[in-house]
Design a protein around this ligand. Structure first.
Ligand SMILES: Cc1cc2nc3c(=O)[nH]c(=O)nc-3n(C[C@H](O)[C@H](O)[C@H](O)COP(=O)(O)OP(=O)(O)OC[C@H]3O[C@@H](n4cnc5c(N)ncnc54)[C@H](O)[C@@H]3O)c2cc1C
Length: 320
């Protein structure tokens, strides 16, 4: 669930949310604000390591040779420009800031595998990042971890128009996937406010719930298969598209909600439900525990009133 919004959030932060943004490269709202130039009056985000008593583990630091190796693995996908690195170093709530000097933008699972193998051999720390919309700071480095962005891994690999099974790369933006399957009379089994920016890989890594949770269930049920690259570069292929698969342990479940701690999700196979023929919006009216409401319901009772959305104005007038 989305945590309750603290009352103290500054107004400049509330003017935009990641849901309105595009991919990593074109941020809006708070993402745009945390670029190189802080807007006047925008406080600088303190470094996480100065704010919390955290200790850097004995990882190596990135050398020129490492950068050359990364450039060979992902030509054109190595970002070291300090200005370009400011945004991906800060979480969108602007509470945490790392000081990574390198961001890598692979396009394929194979490239992710080569990157992680190199980092494993060199003892370099890596922080996976999707749309950087997470609420708990897991998407940004604490120290100088290498940021591995899935932004360029954004291809739909297959869609089955009868079963509704979608197979796509982890960096696909949720809203774009929604559009893709809706054109084919299906919907994504999850929907949330960050959909314009968050990636399906990030959704799986955080086991995101969202607005359709009660109707279509958790990602533990709708994700049919995953391809994951482990920390040493091994590619774990659990990418089945079977709705029932009892061939051994269901390893993919470990990665759903693992926040990138066990490996990098590179491909997702997900079951999309058929698009409903109609959607109705209901207004729920609950009586508080303190006393009766103005229509005399007893305390503690939940009064539920279902009203179709159109005409919304009429429904609201009726309430008064
Ligand atoms: C406006 C708004 C509304 C929201 N509503 C809901 C809601 O209704 N329900 C809900 O459950 N959540 C909600 N959230 C939180 C939501 O779950 C996350 O924002 C989203 O799922 C994270 O996706 P992301 O691509 O932005 O991941 P990021 O924020 O980039 O990363 C999140 C975590 O996953 C890891 N990660 C990212 N990609 C991968 C990958 N490919 N492989 C392995 N690890 C990876 C990161 O290291 C990090 O630990 C909301 C957030 C916002 C901003």
């Amino acid at each position: 669930m989305l945590p309750r919004r603290p009352l103290a959030w500054p107004a400049w932060l509330l003017r935009g949310a990641p849901g309105a943004a595009g991919s990593w490269g074109r941020p809006v709202g708070p993402l745009a604000r945390r670029g190189c130039c802080s807007a006047p009056g925008t406080p600088e985000v303190p470094l996480t390591r100065e704010r919390y008593p955290v200790r850097r583990l004995p990882f190596s630091t990135v050398s020129k040779q490492d950068l050359a190796a990364f450039e060979r693995i992902v030509p054109g996908g190595v970002v070291t420009d300090p200005e370009a690195l400011q945004a991906p170093n800060v979480d969108w709530l602007r509470t945490l800031r790392g000081c990574s000097k390198v961001l890598l933008r692979p396009r394929t699972s194979e490239e992710v595998s080569h990157i992680l193998r190199h980092c494993h051999e060199r003892n370099l720390a890596v922080n996976p990042q999707g749309g950087n919309t997470g609420m708990v700071g897991g998407s940004v480095p604490v120290f100088d971890e290498i940021i591995l962005s899935t932004a360029r891994m954004n291809r739909v690999l297959s869609f089955h128009s009868v079963s509704g099974i979608l197979v796509c790369q982890a960096g696909c933006v949720l809203e774009e996937l929604s559009r893709y399957v809706e054109e084919r009379d299906f919907i994504m089994p999850l929907d949330l406010g960050a959909k314009g920016s968050c990636h399906i890989g990030g959704n799986v890594a955080t086991n995101a719930g969202g607005l359709r949770f009660l109707r279509y269930g958790s990602l533990h049920g709708t994700v049919l298969g995953l391809e994951v690259v482990l920390a040493d570069g091994t590619v774990l292929d659990c990418l089945t598209s079977l709705r029932k698969d009892n061939t051994g342990y269901d390893l993919k479940q470990l990665f759903i909600g693992s926040e990138g701690t066990l490996g990098i999700i590179t491909t997702v196979s997900i079951l999309c439900p058929p698009k409903p023929r109609a959607v109705n919006v209901a207004f729920l009216d609950a009586v508080g525990p303190e006393g009766k409401d103005h229509r005399g319901a007893e305390p503690g009772w939940l009064r539920v009133q279902v009203r179709p959305l159109p005409p919304c104005g009429a429904a609201l007038r009726h309430r008064d």
